[in-house]
Design a protein around this ligand. Structure first.
Ligand code: ATP
Ligand code: MG
Length: 466
């Protein structure tokens, strides 16, 4: 009944029931003895859901990034589960669950504060009965997949994934890995290999090219030669991807803990050109390059140390040299310093919001960080104390340090502010006094210099009169 219904609704053969104890032909099963992953490695919520599904007679596995990361000895970010149960069947089994998504329906199952995502095995709409190369009604004129919402078998579910290392299924109940595509071997060889024909798979979804670069850096893997070969030629296809999806993928890349390596690799593969205005901005300003390299390195270190990273800070850094250029131009045209900076910020954001699809929610933080920069030079009276109390002081200070390190401004300013934060209030007053005295001395020196040069010119004038 259900099979017939699925067939009618989704226009595909419903998944053949796979019992965990009876593996289908074509799957390579790797035992716990070989792979060494036990159910203790799985988060309790994912274990509860997979066991629950299996007890109810379905097959259920931990899939994708989690299975891959466990085999690599990394900490999985989240545990996704794949099953042959339909979303309704999953929903019926777990009280605290809900069906989400309209296009492809998934189930979120909650246990305590944890949530795991359960998806029904999906087929690949392009893998037709013939040869897989036929034009598909669910793809645009470039071959980009517009729909991938048909249920399928477990093997089909493996094949529609992007890389072989992302297509492994871990059954925590039996502690087995199910591998249809030699992903296990690829993991051991640290080889990132796309599933199927690379050209076709990138055309279906050009974002896979960015994922290849990000995952290779994150997993310390080599991109297989056939997988890497078409990337340069197909780079322009990224222009057809909706900007919000590109933005999401870029954000993942920038916050991966390997942003600098990724950005360098994107550049080497010609993936940055024209296709993604943000990367053009990042990489094509020789002056800003050092600043951006430092900013990315800094972000990578923070991510690796599991410290929080603010995307707003990162975007502020990525666009700083744009702002700086416009700011300088406006000042050159006679505008007052602060007004010119604010105008420059608005100019840059107006262009970048359109081009880079940076969501507006990041505007406020970027503006605050930029607008606070000139305030670091105001080292007199109560100004430094007020700046110190600003809720965004830390971000603006870190930003100013990057400017010092990149050579844009004098290191002395960074050192002064580092000391000003470190010392007690009495010493802070002393620092300000010392600064005030130095300023006075400089003023006097320049006054006496101009007085003596006035005297020299008076002499000259007198000589000329004679
Ligand atoms: P990360 O650890 O960075 O989250 P991930 O591989 O888990 O990496 P996700 O975006 O969470 O990445 O995707 C989960 C799984 O979905 C992947 O492992 C892969 O199997 C599949 N997948 C994701 N994006 C694609 C894509 N563009 N094409 C095909 N399969 C994909
Ligand atoms: Mg993931």
């Amino acid at each position: 009944m259900i099979r017939k219904f699925l067939h009618r609704v989704f226009g595909t053969k419903p998944s053949t029931s796979i019992s965990a104890s009876r593996p289908p032909a074509g799957v390579h099963i790797i035992s716990r003895k070989q792979h060494g992953i036990t159910r203790e490695h799985i988060n309790p919520c994912a274990l509860k859901v997979t066991s629950g599904l299996q007890e109810a007679g379905y097959s259920a596995f931990v899939v994708g990034g989690a299975a891959r990361d466990l085999l690599l000895g990394l900490d999985p970010k989240d545990f996704d589960i794949a099953t042959n149960a339909t979303p309704e069947q999953v929903r019926a089994l777990f009280r605290r669950s809900r069906i989400i998504g309209r296009r492809f329906r998934l189930v979120h199952v909650m246990c305590g504060a944890e949530t795991v995502e359960v998806s029904t095995f999906r087929g690949d709409t392009l893998t037709s009965e013939n040869d897989g190369a036929t034009a598909n009604v669910h793809a645009d004129e470039h071959g980009r997949l517009l729909r991938d919402n048909v249920f399928g078998s477990q093997e089909e579910d493996a094949k529609r994934r992007d890389f072989t290392v992302n297509a492994l299924f871990f059954d925590p109940v039996h502690e087995e890995i199910w591998d249809y595509l030699n992903g296990y071997e690829d993991i051991k060889a640290k080889r990132l290999r796309i599933i199927g024909d690379p050209l076709r798979r990138y055309r279906e979804d050009p974002v896979r090219m960015l994922r290849a670069v990000r995952l290779a850096a994150k997993l310390d893997m080599q991109i297989d030669a056939d997988t890497a070969a078409p990337i340069g030629d197909l780079a322009p296809l990224l222009q057809n991807v909706p900007p919000s999806r590109l933005f999401d993928e870029m954000l993942k890349l920038l916050l991966s803990g390997h942003a600098l390596a990724c950005v360098i690799d994107l550049r080497t593969r010609g993936l940055h050109h024209g296709l993604l205005p943000m990367l053009d901005v990042i990489l094509e300003q020789p002056l800003g390059e050092r600043f951006i390299t430092l900013a990315l390195k800094n972000t990578d270190e923070r991510v690796q140390q599991e410290k929080p990273v603010s995307p707003g800070f990162l975007f502020a850094a990525l666009l700083w040299h744009e702002v700086l250029a416009v700011w300088n131009n406006r000042q050159g045209a006679g505008e007052k310093t602060i007004l010119a900076l604010h105008q420059a910020m608005d100019d840059v954001l107006a262009v970048q919001n359109k081009k880079l699809a940076i969501p507006h929610r990041y505007d406020a933080i970027m503006k605050e960080i930029w607008a606070m920069q000139p305030r670091f030079t105001g080292r007199s009276g109560r100004k430094p104390f007020r700046l110190l109390e600003h809720p965004r002081f830390r971000a603006a200070y870190d930003f100013m340090l990057l400017r010092c390190e990149s050579g844009e401004i004098d290191m002395e300013l960074g050192k002064w502010w580092e000391a000003f934060q470190r010392v007690g209030s009495g010493e802070r007053e002393a620092m300000l006094l010392k600064d005030e005295m130095q300023k006075k001395r400089r003023r006097n020196r320049s006054r006496s210099k101009s007085a003596s040069s006035d005297a020299v010119s008076d002499h000259k004038a007198a000589d000329m009169v004679k």
